[in-house]
Design a binder for this molecule. Structure first.
Ligand SMILES: NC(=O)C1=CN([C@@H]2O[C@H](COP(=O)(O)OP(=O)(O)OC[C@H]3O[C@@H](n4cnc5c(N)ncnc54)[C@H](OP(=O)(O)O)[C@@H]3O)[C@@H](O)[C@H]2O)C=CC1
Ligand SMILES: CC(=O)[C@@H](O)[C@H](O)COP(=O)(O)O
Ligand SMILES: [Mn+2]
Length: 382
């Protein structure tokens, strides 16, 4: 029996993790499950899987959570501190599936326990960068990349040496707007309609703007230290090849699979072994063709902005991420046009001097908070 905590259990990655646990329920003990405000979903999952503790980030929902769990014997808690305390409970694996920089504190709490973390929450690593990787090294923690591209690269690196890598290629679907000419009138419904993956709203918008690939570039830069100039992006609309590693002898290894997050999640849950998933095998004759294109950074400037932020280093990636989170929320709320997302991010990055490079979690959170204020002030001038 292995123990697991799922941070962001009510989301797309969280629910897909629970689906795998359900199929192998005798093998897993669920310790902590967390959500932001979805009390009904959290309580149902906590009851079904017999969790030790359920935590909701929104403190105003604590009474509702207690009521939903009454008689179950499951502990209920709320707030950011409770989230970090739950994340710090010792487990064999923590699945980090909160969306946004809001997941950073709990991820760091799990890292400080020296645990194994299946990391889907890319914004946490993008924002904290070296602060997180240094904490991983200091506490002897293990990060298992769960984002599909990074999981693909991780798999392609097994048995290889990072010093033998010539390049890493991140594949990008190009998102739902790849062939849409007029980006000025894109609605939230269009932007979240990803052609291949069923995901939460924020990452779906990020795929549409290509900020997802920009964040993933920075994520790859921290996970796989081959040098930024050796990490490339190629548009591959079928999302069958999830990424590739080219070695110095000219061999390129790729990981292929269905566009279903249960594959990379299962790879992390069973690592270094393997486990069954319910997906049908890839039917390559039915897929027919795999195609590849260079990214169009004129229409989708996000990958250029992310590369520049990664090159600048220090606080720049955290600023880029925070501004993007504010812009995506504003777009989904109907407050700004789709095309303004990248414009806003660039404005925040170019506004005045960037803060000093953060050296601690608290400093990262201050950079994040400050960039959010700056982005909000641009959107809603006093
Ligand atoms: N979905 C996918 O296929 C993939 C996702 N990822 C990454 O995984 C992460 C999760 O994505 P996804 O599952 O799509 O997201 P969802 O929006 O579907 O789920 C997000 C989860 O985080 C919780 N949450 C939201 N805001 C907060 C907060 N402020 N504090 C604490 N918890 C919060 C939500 O709770 P509640 O339900 O109560 O709102 C929910 O459980 C993201 O970083 C994403 O980039 C990476 C690769 C693929
Ligand atoms: C499933 C996953 O990892 C997502 O990040 C997905 O890859 C998004 O697709 P694109 O950003 O390539 O459109
Ligand atoms: Mn991805």
């Amino acid at each position: 029996m292995r123990s697991i905590s799922i941070l962001g259990a009510t989301g797309s990655v969280g629910e897909q993790t629970l689906d795998l646990i359900r199929r192998n329920s005798g093998e897993w003990k669920v310790v902590a499950l967390t959500a932001n405000s979805n009390v009904a979903g959290l309580a149902a999952a906590a009851r079904e899987f017999g969790a030790e503790v359920a935590v909701v980030a929104d403190e105003r929902r604590l009474d509702d959570l207690r009521a939903a769990l009454s008689g179950s014997g499951i502990e209920a808690a709320a707030g950011r501190t409770a989230l970090c305390e739950a994340a710090a409970r010792p487990v064999d694996i923590t699945v980090a599936a909160i969306v946004g920089c809001a997941g950073l504190g709990p991820v760091m709490a799990a890292i400080e326990q020296g645990g194994t973390i299946a990391l889907a929450n890319k914004e946490a690593l993008v924002s904290a960068g070296d602060v997180m990787t240094a904490a991983v090294a200091r506490h002897g923690a293990t990060l298992l990349p769960t984002d599909s591209e990074h999981n693909a690269i991780f798999q392609c690196l097994q048995g290889g040496r990072i010093s033998d890598v010539r390049s890493i290629t991140l594949t990008a679907s190009g998102g739902p707007l790849r062939t849409v000419q007029d980006l000025s009138a894109v609605t939230p419904a269009q932007a979240v309609a990803h052609p291949n993956w069923d995901m939460g709203a924020k990452i779906s918008v990020d795929s549409a703007t290509m900020f997802n690939k920009g964040l993933e570039l920075i994520e790859a830069h921290h996970l796989f230290p081959v040098g930024l100039d050796r990490i490339r992006i190629v548009v591959h609309p079928q999302s069958v090849i999830h990424s590739m590693v080219e070695y110095r002898d000219g061999s390129t290894l790729a990981q292929l699979g269905p566009s279903d997050m249960r594959v990379p999640i299962a790879s992390c849950l069973a690592w270094p072994g393997r486990m069954d998933t319910p997906m049908a095998p890839l039917d390559l004759p039915a897929i027919g063709e795999l195609s590849f294109f260079a990214p169009d950074e004129t229409r989708f400037p996000a990958t250029r902005l992310a590369r520049e932020a990664a090159q600048a280093g220090g606080a720049a990636p955290a600023v880029l991420n925070a501004a993007n989170e504010i812009a995506v929320d504003a777009f989904l709320a109907g407050k700004i046009a789709f095309s303004r997302i990248a414009v806003l991010v660039e404005s925040v990055l170019e506004q005045g001097e960037l803060p000093a490079a953060p050296r601690t979690l608290e400093e990262v959170l201050r950079v994040d908070e400050d960039a959010r204020h700056r982005a909000t002030r641009i959107l809603e001038p006093a």
